[in-house]
Design a binder for this molecule. Structure first.
Ligand code: PEP
Length: 291
């Protein structure tokens, strides 16, 4: 199944009105492959979203860098998913490591945010990735699997014991009754999902090793491919073969015009989430690596 290349530009907390206009003008003048080949999504800070959306070429789209975990209200300083929808912002980045680490956003909180944003009709770039310590301890796959699990929801549970566990009141709201087959007194097969992702077509998974973000230390193509391939296997085993085959898994962490081609050539690297280089003209060359 073909996965359209995806390039996101995360401007983080950068820019003045003048700088934003200049970057948009550079993007608008760039020659890039058509929308059939690459999907480009630019993520400025909240305050510049309307300006960028208005001025940006129509074949590029915009994303917010975060949104609140539930319906808006008395949450000073937050921006709700409903507000983004109201402004016709189609995408949102959720779970960026800078928020996970500095603002202590847990896997569960990130999973809840993804679920709520999707429920409001937003498309989500969901970020995951291990720290250097975790990589050196050999737990990269375990860490990204746990982060992905919190986003995806739990796997189907089989057996009476799992059935009872599934009814844990903390989670009961998420479970959807699927099938119940009683084959005897002892055997009972139940499929319950803690269903957080309703439509995987609206999710792009961004693997961003923390040690590579903003450090200039890019993962090697082999390192990126290894983790992306493990993530696809995880989706196959825990969600479905169809979702595993169709979900875009993009790489982020010190991607530049100089290193993007080799990374893009990896079979399971379906694009990039770019930080620092997305503020520079070389972002156009990164988009071109889709070809
Ligand atoms: C990011 O912020 O998502 C990122 C990947 O940053 P950088 O490209 O600067 O490492």
């Amino acid at each position: 199944m073909g996965r359209k290349f995806f390039v996101g530009g995360n401007w983080k907390c950068n820019g003045t009105t003048e700088q934003v206009k200049k970057i948009v003008s550079t993007l608008n003048g760039g020659e890039v492959p058509s929308q059939d080949v690459v999907e480009v999504v630019i993520s400025p800070p909240f305050v510049f979203l309307p300006l960028v959306k208005e001025a940006l070429r129509p074949d590029f789209h915009v994303a917010a860098q975060n949104c609140w975990v539930k319906k808006g209200g008395a949450f000073t300083g937050e921006v709700s998913a409903e507000m983004l929808v109201n402004l016709s912002i189609p995408w949102v980045i959720i779970g960026h490591s800078e928020r996970r680490l500095m603002l202590k956003e847990s896997n569960e909180f990130v999973g809840d945010k993804v679920a709520y944003a999707l429920s409001q009709g937003l498309k989500v770039i969901a970020c995951i990735g291990e720290t250097l310590e975790q990589r050196e301890a050999g737990s990269t796959v375990e860490v990204v699997a746990a982060q992905t699990k919190a986003i995806a929801g739990s796997r189907p549970c089989v057996s009476v014991v799992s059935f009872v566990t599934c009814l844990d009141v903390r989670f009961v709201g998420y479970f959807m009754y699927r099938t119940l087959t009683v084959t005897g007194l002892k055997d009972c097969i139940c499929f319950f999902y803690k269903s957080k992702v309703s439509n995987w077509a609206d999710v792009v998974l961004a693997y961003e090793p923390v040690w590579a973000i903003g450090t200039g230390k890019v993962a090697t193509p082999a390192q990126a491919q290894e983790v992306h391939s493990e993530l696809r296997k995880w989706l196959q085993a825990n969600v479905s073969p169809e979702v595993a085959a169709s979900t875009r898994i993009i790489y982020g962490g010190s991607v530049t015009a100089a290193n993007c081609k080799e990374l893009a050539a990896q079979p399971d690297v379906d694009g990039f989430l770019v930080g620092g280089a997305s503020l520079k003209p070389e972002f156009i060359d990164i988009i071109k690596s889709a070809e």
